[in-house]
Design a protein around this ligand. Sequence first.
Ligand SMILES: Cc1cc2nc3c(=O)[nH]c(=O)nc-3n(C[C@H](O)[C@H](O)[C@H](O)COP(=O)(O)OP(=O)(O)OC[C@H]3O[C@@H](n4cnc5c(N)ncnc54)[C@H](O)[C@@H]3O)c2cc1C
Length: 410
Amino acid sequence: MISPDANDLQDLVRQLHREGTAWVPCGLGSRLDWGPPLQDCTPVSCAGLRGIIEHKPGDFTISVRAGTPLLEVQEALAPHRQWLAVDRPWGSQRRGAGSLGGLVARGLAGGYRQRYLAVRDQLIGLSLLRADGTAAKAGGRVVKNVAGYDLMRLFCGSWGSLGLITELNLRTLPQPPIRRGLLVQGSLAELGALSQWLLGSSLSPERLDWWSAPLAALAGLEAAPLLLIGLASISAESLAEQQAAIATHSRLPLRQLEAEALESLLACARDDEAIPGAGRHQPGAPDDGPEPEPAWLLRLGVSPDQVPQALASPELEGLAIDLAAGSGVGLAWTPAGPGARADLRPEAVLRLRLQCQRLGGWLTVLHQPSGHAVPAWDDAPSRALIEQVKRQFDPKLQLAPGRLPGVAKP
Ligand SMILES: Cc1cc2nc3c(=O)[nH]c(=O)nc-3n(C[C@H](O)[C@H](O)[C@H](O)COP(=O)(O)OP(=O)(O)OC[C@H]3O[C@@H](n4cnc5c(N)ncnc54)[C@H](O)[C@@H]3O)c2cc1C
């Protein structure tokens, strides 16, 4: 891995281009190994691009260098009672939350998407280096922006395949003064009815997450599916009114969680201690024992009204699953611990992909046991267009070889 100083980065990229060297933009390297395997290439780290350039509390905007850790930004915003409305990424306990550049490049959001939308919606501008070292900018620094090609959103979820993000301008939000969680357990049908009502109501929960029975059990709750409702407001009265409205419509008992209990429950849903051996695949991780156990980490999405049906799929039995009800998108993984199911076969994952597609969605393999080679994703219908865009940005096809979102085998 090369970790250049900010001042040397552009020269380095120009040199790599002249030489035709294969390389991959990299943040802090916490999840570089997840997704399609990279062909031989040099990671170029953004760890040297660190720090907040400017925070304008009155404008609710912040400009940061791409290698700045997410947690550093949240800590800097906290005294202003502001935050970036994104979840801590899955696996943060073991791998760290990563950099903001990596977060945008992966483009994955969690349950807060219900109220605050996805990472791409928090982005108001970015700076980047193209494969030949040319510096470019997209968007701006203010929330109201000029028109033009929307390069910013092209780079959200680009997985390092189009260029290296150097700076980001993001929207910040005021921290809600009061937060509370409601937890409901029951059958998939009962929870489905409550979720559909809530999504169609005038209430605006911060999050509405489906958990599978195994994830509930991992968190020390009854092993039954659950809905986790996150409420936030500026006043206790409004929060009580929302809670009362939900209680009136729920045929199931609601368990109330104060902010701290809600936060520790959310930490359970993103703890990668649950995938044995995951850290072993990190570049440079020590090889200190027998083959790690099988471990799958899947990103999946279905049409929101089809979530109960998806959760009933036999292939998902025994997996820890956390899906956002409003988007139908989330993660499924093989949990660790006694009685945990570790026998998920590649054929079952492929069947599951078909099932997600039938239910209006898709499935991406982020991590799989060594020895298996399930394609991370299928070809998108727009494959030809994606490849044309790739050639425009990276004519020598130097960046992230082996990895192009929407193309099964680049
Ligand atoms: C709720 C939630 C759940 C998430 N779950 C997952 C998950 O399960 N798996 C996962 O992989 N990610 C997940 N993410 C995204 C995760 O946050 C990022 O992958 C992580 O922050 C990357 O941090 P890093 O700096 O270590 O990046 P790295 O691990 O170094 O790189 C991650 C990816 O981003 C690209 N990249 C990094 N920096 C840049 C840059 N400056 N310019 C261009 N490309 C760049 C790399 O090429 C690579 O494809 C999730 C995010 C959220 C919000």
